[in-house]
Design a protein around this ligand. Sequence first.
Ligand code: ATR
Length: 262
Amino acid sequence: MSKQFAVIGNPIEQSRSPELHHAFAKKMGITIEYHKRLAPLDGFLASMQVFFAEGGVGMNVTVPFKEQAFAACAQLTERAKIAKAVNTLWMQDGVLHGDNTDGQGLVAAIQALNWNLKNSRILILGAGGATRGVIYPLVQAGAQHIVIANRTLARAEQLVADLQHSVPSAQLSAIGLDQLSGEFDLIINATSASLSGDALILPESLQFKAAYEMAYGKASSFLDQAQARGVANTDGFGMLVGQAIEAFYIWHGVRPELKDFL
Ligand code: ATR
């Protein structure tokens, strides 16, 4: 029987992970089986444990279980500890390991676009789990100053206070979403506004050279505004592929090339 992999979430029907991992495996000459696994909202742990007890090798975790996956791991990578969320699980010598490849996926997608991160000034909209997961990898890739703007200012301030000691080489600051202004190399939309179809307003006083929308396959007022200004912009498909490549690398020890799957 070929090695078994899965992505677990609720809902899970929309997941593109099986198709990506099968494409990577084909390209790298590896045989795998990768399935979607729907867990009940109160049944993540049981479903995950059954998967590994039945010989499953690796599992991706998506909404809303990434924090529960983090809590379930006995061994975590540094970036997963900082993210406090896990999207990639594997069993090694009977010990459940967890990593978070979302941030590295974003970095790889940005680098594939040849957008500069070294010494960059980045504005991230949103202060939820999606933002928390990408700060450390962005800093490792060279970001110098990261401003986190959130509708609820206190949440951005809390995130900065929480992360400042983990990323001492970068300057982090928090502002309200109604205080957007200044000049940035890159602006990243990590809010769930596009998922719920809500508009975000980028004022004229806010200048930026590139815009990254973490969501994909959704109408995005954020991307519409970047487009209208003639600024380089993209949705989050590259990040999705990038995080999947990093998970594939953890499980198989070989790294497919991002550009082959965009
Ligand atoms: P995730 O894990 O995807 O980051 P989350 O933790 O629910 O999800 O966070 C969602 C983020 O999107 C938050 O920063 C939220 O702002 P608040 O903290 O003020 O709630 C932001 N968000 C959601 N809908 C938004 C909207 N319509 N306009 C602006 N920000 C929005």
